[in-house]
Ligand binder design. Structure first.
Ligand code: NAI
Length: 340
């Protein structure tokens, strides 16, 4: 039986570098054998920081690497679907960052191709499922500790970014629902055991980044989703947090409630001066979900090595995209979107 998985990573940007460092030394069973970037400085970074000798400038070149088992895609969202298809056709397992695609027809095309490759793992990176807090909430729910679940409220706050990174990133990211809220959408689907969404409404505003108007995006938004099993879910998502990065979820049932992600500070220190208390917030999603990224990578490797069912399927990614697209449509039209 195989005991390790040879992985090539594609994309060494903001998140790709973090995944690469994890895969290079922190994930049991993972062997990072190659990396890809079209950008020379990123290839140099890989050579210096990962100690790799096999560094390519395209996915196609990577696929000829000897004994490659899997490809790990951390590329721009607009490339995900097509690159997953290329990897599956080459006979390799594939991990890809979220979202699968900004378009449902494209999601369906990838799902259909994946069905022709049933022995290859294809997983999308909804790493929050591997966070200790969200995973514990899911366990409590499954044990029936909340009675009947009827209400979920999620919040995702990105810190204010003085450089306006979001404005540059927004035209290709799919907007606040497909890029950011999609994590909470996936979690809610997981908590409601895949119950079907029935109606969706959303609204939003631009408070800090007027440049988002060019692509019809907002920096602060609310959305509501009613599920077939009666659960009412609400989502608040913003790029405008003064207190740093935060991701929380409150679940309420007939016999109790759970709160995920509260009271997490980067520094366990309260600084006091001038009759004020200062508590440090988390700087970014890496600080909040560092362990989840690692456990996610381990789950991908274990799925390949054991042949067990993947904890996250392309179908999950497709259904999350469907809800996010409905939220975007509701925001743009001002109408309730019926999904039946
Ligand atoms: P980025 O722009 O910093 O990095 C993109 C990387 O892809 C760069 O290394 C670039 O050189 C490479 N690239 C571009 N075109 C390529 C091509 N044709 N072939 C191969 N490589 C190519 O973007 P970032 O922030 O790292 O995001 C990447 C993906 O990760 C996005 O889809 C984003 O949605 C997702 N993401 C997920 C997060 C999560 O919480 N799970 C958080 C941040 C990003």
């Amino acid at each position: 039986m195989k005991t390790s998985v040879n992985i090539g990573i594609v994309g060494l940007g903001r998140l790709g570098k973090r995944h690469a460092e994890n895969l290079a030394s922190r994930v049991p069973g993972a062997k990072l054998v190659a990396a890809v970037s079209p950008v020379p400085s990123e290839r140099e970074w890989a050579q210096t920081n990962l100690g790799l000798t096999s560094i390519y400038d395209s996915l196609e070149a990577l696929l000829s690497h000897p004994d490659l088992d899997a490809v790990w895609l951390v590329t721009p969202t607009s490339l995900h679907a097509e690159q997953i298809e290329i990897v599956l056709k080459a006979g390799k397992h594939v991990f890809c960052e979220k979202p699968l695609s900004l378009d449902l027809n494209t999601c369906d095309r990838v799902l259909s191709l994946a069905q022709d490759h049933p022995n290859q793992v294809a997983m999308i990176g909804f790493m929050r499922r591997f966070d200790a807090g969200y995973a514990a909430a899911k366990s409590r729910l499954s044990e029936g500790k909340l009675g009947t679940l009827y209400r979920i409220h999620c919040e995702s706050h990105d810190p204010i970014d003085p450089d306006g990174f979001f404005v540059k990133f927004a035209p290709t990211s799919g907007g606040i629902f497909l890029d950011c809220c999609i994590h909470d959408i996936d979690l809610v689907r997981w908590m409601v055991d895949g119950s079907k969404p029935v109606r969706v409404f959303a609204n939003g505003t631009r408070t800090q980044y007027p440049g988002l108007a060019a692509c019809n995006d907002v920096d602060t938004a609310n959305a509501t989703v009613e599920f077939e099993n009666g659960v009412l879910a609400s989502f608040f998502v913003s790029r405008t947090s003064y207190r740093g990065y935060e991701a929380t979820m409150d679940l309420t049932g007939t016999e109790g409630a759970l709160r995920v992600g509260r009271n997490l500070q980067a520094v366990p220190l309260i600084e006091e001066n001038n009759q004020q208390q200062h508590v440090s917030g988390l700087p970014d999603f890496f600080a909040r979900f560092n362990d989840a990224f690692l456990i996610e990578a381990k789950a991908f490797v274990d799925t390949i090595l054991t042949g067990k069912k993947s904890p996250l399927t392309l179908e999950d990614a497709r259904e999350a995209a469907k809800i996010a697209i409905a939220m975007r449509d509701a925001l743009e039209s001002g109408q309730v979107i019926n999904l039946n």
